[in-house]
Structures are given as structure tokens and as C-alpha cells.
Write a new protein. Structure first.
Lengths: 169, 397
């Protein structure tokens, strides 16, 4: 086993445990903090996959913005941070079945993919991943259309949020 | 290759040789040497941090027409060590009802968010932790961990004042991240890379001379990110006592305080790297890496001095004024500046350097002038609103 695999197993286990704690701890602020730990674990996995840019973006967007927003929302809307009601309703087994089936389906699909059991080719020296990503997102031969559509969607969501919050005089 | 040309590599090779000589596998030896390098960098930074306390106290004294620490040792140089001993032997209190784990993690996270920044700081052409190709974004990512530490500290202290202080501080940090990121894109446009070393290497002309407005906006956003005056709303003494760190005592408070000073010094360094050529100074950096380190530390101290100069000169502003200033003025100006710079960079591609510099400065001046015109008209409206005499109700006899 290589060092990279050991790190992957540790990080993967920590991420899974943290993800499990997000949905099981009673204190909502603690849940948000465990969510931060989960997202951080995902960022480390990006780093292990040589996707440094995505790892940094993961931290900026998900920890710096979204997790902070969650914590703000919990603190501003609740007097008690701890949840008092039951954590599960009577449909919990249905959710569990769907989750297991989804995992099994994804695992089956990946099993049929030829690259599943191969080791990744070494990245050539001087390969600039950020440059490649930028080129792919802006070239017409690449992903410029989906990228722009996603931007317009986000802009529409932004305008909608401002409209809803706008105080009509 | 000698020790004077590439000290880190020579030292690392020597250590790896020793470790493998002891029968350690070479991969393990590499990890151990890298770990020792990180440990050394952090130790040096913490020693610098001790003296930053002294520098801060001396400089604030001069600004306030005092002498500052002068009793312990020459020029009061032993004062910070006395401060540390005091912090160490103080009682370590934990407030009633505090969330103990979160409460204890927060100061560590705060210090960590500052130390982690030095992973991407190039001290010399050959001396840097990692030449990350997303180095510019890394600054913002580390800042978001700092934001998290503050909200954790404020919430876990079980104190209303600390929560309000944390809210204010986080509001400042989250909103000023945006103009900071926008202005960090300007060195990226000029150099064509987000790596720190590439940005420094392409500064044959300091980026300050290409985009002084971006340098100014970056400085303002950095001061806000640091939570220093005029943006130190978390520390409204009159209404909040001391903000998110009220309940912390001893070395836990010391971690926040030392973290803030080192953060200010670090952002002085980033200001130098992004806009003032980093370790470059008329080719002196090519003579020896040690000279390069001296140059970048000197520039970082100058940047730190400017930040202190602002802190001890300008008064604190209100939170609504600050948020309005960021969202209605700084953010739009920063975005317009990025667009104009990108456009001018494309238009002047291949132009002689005198034309490039003139065009860039002119576009900066025009953006600044238009922005100031907007401010002028907004201020005029505000003034007119205040100046209209209010209808005073007739007094009934």
C-alpha cells in the first residue's frame, strides 16, 4: 500500500464519519461544524487527485460561504441551537433503502467502466491544470455554453432573491 | 549548486542523506525532511511574531507621541518575552455553559489560518513551500478558515457580546473577501498565472505602477479582513467590551492577538508580492536567496507599517456605513476595474511597455475619477436630506 492510499483511506473514513455526524448530532451548530469537516475532507480528496484548484475552490465556496451561511441561519433563527424533536420520522427505512440502492447502482455503473481498475497516468511535468480548465470553460469547442447557462441561472436566482427580500414601499 | 545558491535544497539533501544512512526508506526520509522544513518555517514565524508585538507597541507609541516599552532590555526588547510569561501563567478560564471543544479549537484554528498562508509565500526564487497554481485563491481559502474560527469563538463562549462581535466581524470578513478576490485577479491578468512565484517573476514593472487603484482596494480589503481600524467593529469597547474574544484568557487570548499581528504582517507581505515585486529589487534577488529573503521581509514590514499607520490614524466607522461602503462602492469599483484591466490588457497586447504603462494608469485614473463622481453625487444627496429644515410641530401653549 502506498502512502497516498493510506492517506486516502484515513481521509475517506474521517469524511464519512463526519458526514454521518452531520445528520445525527442534536446540536445544529455542531452539525454545521461537522459539515465543515466533511467538506474539508472532500477538499483533501481533490488534492489527492491532483486537482489543487478544485480543492481551493471547495474551501472558498463551501466552507467560506455556504457553511458560514448555514451557521448564521441557525444562530439567527433559533433560540436554542439543540434540536428537541425526534431526529427520524417513520419513513427512515425508506430513505435508507433509497440511499443503499443509489450507492449500489453507482458502484455497479462504475464497475462496468473500463477505467475503474486502472491506475491514473502520471501528469506530465509543466502541465498547468488551471490553464486547461480555464481554456475548456471559455472555448466554443469546450464547455462555454453550459458554463454560460449555469451563470445565467445563478444570476436569475440572485435577482429573484433580491426581489423577494426587497422592501416594497 | 552550493549552500549560498539554494540553501533549502542543499540542507534537505544533506538531511535526507543522513536519514537514509540510518536505514530509513527514502520516501519516509523525504516526508520527515518536509515535515522538519514546515516546523522550521513555523518556528521562525513565531519568533518573528514575538518581535512583532514589540514593533506594534513601539510604533503605536510613536504615533501617539509616547516612547513605548523602554524599561526591559535595550529599547524594551525584552518586553514581549515578559508579556508571553504573563500570558502563560495567567489563569485559564472557561466560561460557564461554554461549548468546551469548540471553545478550545477556535484559537488554534485562528492561528492556523494565518500560518497556513505562509505555505504559498515565496521567500526567494528557490525558497517557497509550494508553488500552488491557485496561490491567489489560497489566500481567500485560508481567510475563510479564519472566519470560521471567529464565529466558533464567538458562539462557543456563551456570551451575548461575543456572539454579536463575531457576527459583526464575520459580516466584515465575508463581504470584503469579494473586492479582495476581484483585485487579486488583476495581478493574475498581468502575469497570466495565479501562482505567487510567476506573479513575482513577471513584475519587471511593479504592478503598483500598472494598477495603483487595485493596490489601494487590496489594501483596504486586507485591513477589513484583518479586522483592524477603521474596520475593527468587533471591538467596539463602549458597546461590546472586546468582541468575539471577551471570554478568552491567558495564552488562548494570546493566540488570537498574536495571530492578528502575524496576519497583518503577512498581508503586508502579500501586498508586496502582488503589487511591489515581492523579493525582486533591481536584480539583487539573483545575488543570493538570503538577500531575497531580506528584501521581502523588509517590504512586508513596510506594508505592515502602512497598515499600522492607517490603524492608528483613522477612527472606527459604523457597521452600516462599512457594509454600504463595501457593497455599494468598493465591490462595483473592483469589478469594473477588473473588466477594464482585462479589456486594456487585450487591447494593448504587444504594445511597447511605455504605451502599456500609460494606458493602464490612464484607465485606472478614469475608473477612480468616475467612482469618485458617483460618491460625490451620493454625498450631495445625503447632505440635502439632512439640510432640509424639519417641520417642527407648533408648540401648544
Amino acid at each position: 500500500m502506498t502512502g497516498e492510499q493510506i492517506i486516502f483511506l484515513i481521509v475517506g473514513a474521517v469524511t464519512l464519519i463526519a458526514g454521518f455526524l452531520v445528520v445525527t448530532v442534536r446540536n445544529l451548530v455542531h452539525a454545521a461544524l461537522w459539515l465543515v469537516a466533511t467538506l474539508f475532507g472532500v477538499a483533501i480528496i481533490y488534492t489527492l487527485l491532483n486537482a489543487g484548484f478544485l480543492a481551493v475552490v471547495q474551501v472558498v465556496v463551501y466552507i467560506g460561504a455556504i457553511a458560514i451561511l448555514f451557521i448564521f441561519a441557525v444562530m439567527l433563527t433559533r433560540r436554542q441551537a439543540a434540536e428537541t424533536g425526534p431526529a427520524m420520522n417513520k419513513n427512515w427505512w425508506g430513505g435508507a433503502v433509497v440511499a443503499v440502492l443509489t450507492f449500489a447502482g453507482l458502484a455497479f455503473l462504475l464497475q462496468t467502466w473500463s477505467g475503474f481498475s486502472k491506475t491514473a497516468a502520471a501528469i506530465p511535468s509543466g502541465f498547468d491544470a488551471v490553464n486547461q480548465l480555464g481554456g475548456a470553460l471559455t472555448s466554443p469547442a469546450g464547455y462555454v455554453l453550459p458554463f454560460e447557462v449555469a451563470s445565467v441561472l445563478l444570476l436569475a436566482a440572485l435577482v429573484g432573491a433580491v426581489y423577494l427580500a426587497f422592501n416594497k414601499k | 549548486m552550493t549552500f549560498w545558491n539554494d540553501p533549502l535544497k542543499v540542507a534537505a539533501d544533506w538531511l535526507t542523506g543522513i536519514f537514509t544512512g540510518w536505514g530509513m526508506p527514502s520516501a519516509g526520509a523525504h516526508v520527515l525532511v518536509a515535515f522538519l522544513g514546515v516546523l522550521m518555517l513555523i518556528t521562525i514565524l513565531m519568533v518573528i511574531d514575538i518581535f512583532l508585538v514589540w514593533i506594534e507597541r513601539k510604533v503605536v507609541a510613536r504615533f501617539q507621541d509616547r516612547i513605548g516599552p523602554n524599561r526591559l532590555g535595550p529599547f524594551g526588547l525584552i518586553q514581549p518575552f515578559a508579556d508571553i510569561i504573563k500570558l502563560m501563567i495567567k489563569e485559564d478560564t472557561t466560561p460557564d455553559g461554554a461549548d468546551k471543544v469548540v471553545y478550545n479549537i477556535a484559537p488554534m484554528l485562528s492561528m492556523m489560518s494565518v500560518l497556513i498562508l505562509w505555505a504559498v509565500v515565496p521567500l526567494a526564487p528557490v525558497m517557497l513551500g509550494v508553488d500552488l497554481n491557485a496561490g491567489v485563491l489560497f489566500i481567500i481559502a485560508a481567510g475563510s478558515i479564519g472566519t470560521l474560527s471567529i464565529i466558533m469563538a464567538g458562539w462557543s463562549s456563551n456570551n451575548k457580546f461575543s456572539v454579536i462581535g463575531a457576527f459583526r466581524q464575520v459580516a466584515v470578513m465575508v463581504s470584503f473577501e469579494i473586492p479582495m478576490l476581484a483585485t487579486l485577479l488583476i495581478p493574475t491578468i498581468f502575469s497570466g498565472s495565479m501562482g505567487m512565484n510567476a506573479i513575482i517573476q513577471s513584475q519587471d514593472i511593479w504592478f503598483f505602477f500598472l494598477s495603483p487603484l487595485a493596490a489601494l482596494i487590496f489594501l483596504i480589503a486586507a485591513i477589513a479582513e484583518l479586522g483592524r481600524a477603521p474596520f475593527d467593529l468587533a471591538e467596539g469597547e463602549s458597546e461590546l467590551v472586546s468582541g468575539y474574544n471577551i471570554e478568552y484568557s491567558g495564552m488562548k487570548f494570546g493566540m488570537f492577538y498574536a495571530g492578528e499581528l502575524l496576519h497583518a504582517f503577512t498581508f503586508g507581505g502579500f501586498w508586496a508580492i502582488m503589487f511591489f515585486g515581492g523579493y525582486r529589487f533591481f536584480g539583487l534577488e539573483k545575488v543570493s536567496p538570503f538577500l531575497a529573503i531580506a528584501i521581502i521581509l523588509f517590504k512586508a514590514l513596510l506594508g505592515y507599517w502602512v497598515i499600522m499607520w492607517v490603524k492608528y490614524t483613522v477612527m472606527r466607522i459604523r457597521i452600516d456605513q462599512m457594509l454600504a461602503f463595501n457593497w455599494k462602492f468598493l465591490t462595483p469599483v473592483a469589478f469594473v476595474l477588473v473588466m477594464v484591466t482585462a479589456l486594456m490588457n487585450a487591447l494593448l497586447d504587444g504594445a511597447p511597455s511605455w504605451l502599456f504603462v500609460t494606458g493602464m494608469i490612464l484607465s485606472n485614473v478614469i475608473v477612480a475619477w468616475v467612482a469618485m463622481e458617483f460618491v460625490r453625487s451620493a454625498a450631495k444627496q445625503e447632505r440635502e436630506k439632512v439640510e432640509v429644515p424639519k417641520q417642527v410641530a407648533e408648540a401648544h401653549h
